[in-house]
Design a protein around this ligand. Sequence first.
Ligand code: BEZ
Length: 218
Amino acid sequence: MTGFDAQFPDLDSHYVLKIGDEAPDFSARTTRGPLTLSDLRGKWVMLFAHPADFTPVCTSEFLSLSRVADQFEMMNCVLLGLSVDSLPAHIAWVEAIYREFGIRVTFPIVEDASMAIARAYGMLDPLAENTATVRAVHVIDPAGVIRAVVSYPSSVGRSVAELLRLLAALQAVAEGNMLAPEGWAPGEGLLLPAAETESEVVASGPAWFHRVAGDAAS
Ligand code: BEZ
């Protein structure tokens, strides 16, 4: 039995997680000590996979994430980096980032040398010649449910500002009765679901399919 089979017996290696799935639990070594994902219940988690340590785009992402790590913390969100590199490689990389840029990476980076976690989360690029993870982000809610999945190729860095916005939007709609429109930012109006009954449509007026919460006609 491989490490993958042992940790995730119900998943085959082609399993791809979807929004609404329970996040597969794992225990792993990290740059901040041992960690079990389910111990983070009650917090949002942004699981942030990168292709490899000591690479240019990944370094730019970690610099940006580290600069705003306190904002994620204030939003009750734990940042978790992950790659298939070893723990010593992760530690050497964060030390080099501090030495060269004066920025401390204070959030944990998960060691996934067996690729068990990357396989369970569908983070491995099937077209890649090596085992590097794609730039996958899984946003996990406080109950351990996946609420968003983002995937970028290794050649394009993610926008940390957009990840903060995504987290804020997911938190704003978490109750389930509001929707976040395009480009929504904290403090802006949310949308109501489209009116469904005839009386609701009549009461809402011609723009019944785009009702901003708090507007008179909504
Ligand atoms: C990078 O982060 O720069 C990178 C990582 C893997 C492949 C190509 C680029």
